[in-house]
Design a protein around this ligand. Structure first.
Ligand code: ZN
Length: 202
């Protein structure tokens, strides 16, 4: 049987090219105490790695959910949970450097909309319908991409991507060797885990 408590205990940030990062996350139909525990654990991991946002697909959870704190520090700034987010009304363009906790050491310039509107639910089930701009809007667009299996490197120019080739290949070599030694489960067992989580929450 699928032991969700044990899974929460083991939750960690998966690195490129882990297949979960390419998974199309599914809408959440119910929130239970275990899902709240998953979210609490996501905040721990995000602060531990000094991130400002973290999507569920980055911890191998195939659900439409991400967390944000633009300050990147516990106890500072605004913590938000976005469940089933829908981004609309993009306005303006803004280019800035991005990184990703799933692509350590890789940075590149990404063009994003300057202002967006987001409709989502928070942890209490309250509907959020709000406009975001600047850095927060950038984080939300980056995390929404994650829920659709997209990474910021997919949005880089060919030239910029070529410059990052060596760092990206290193991540691939490292992932393949960890999968060979069994440190990362084989793709079939990863797929089964995602299926178990989907049937619980979707
Ligand atoms: Zn990311």
């Amino acid at each position: 049987m699928f032991d969700i408590a044990a899974e929460i205990e083991k939750l960690s940030i998966v690195l490129y090219p882990h297949p979960s990062l390419r998974h199309q996350a599914k809408a959440i139909r119910r929130v239970d105490v275990e899902l709240r525990n998953i979210i609490a654990r996501m905040f721990d991991l995000m602060y531990e790695h000094r991130g400002v946002g973290l999507a569920a697909t980055q911890v191998n959870i195939p659900l439409r959910l991400f967390i944000v704190n633009p300050s990147g520090r516990r106890g500072e700034g605004q913590e938000s949970v976005f469940i089933n987010p829908v981004v609309s009304r993009p306005r303006g363009n803004d280019e800035d450097e991005e990184g990703c906790l799933s692509l350590p050491g890789i940075y590149g310039n990404v063009v994003r909309s300057k202002t967006i509107r987001v409709n989502a639910y928070d942890l209490t089930g309250k509907e959020v319908d709000q406009e975001f701009t600047g850095f927060e809007a950038r984080i939300i667009q980056h995390e929404t991409d994650h829920l659709n299996g997209m990474l910021f490197i997919d949005r880089l120019s060919e030239g910029a991507l070529r410059e990052l080739e060596d760092g990206i290949s290193e991540l691939v070599v490292d992932f393949e060797s960890r999968q060979r030694t069994g440190a990362i489960p084989a793709n079939e067992s990863l797929a089964k885990r995602l299926g178990d989580l989907e049937s619980r929450y979707c």
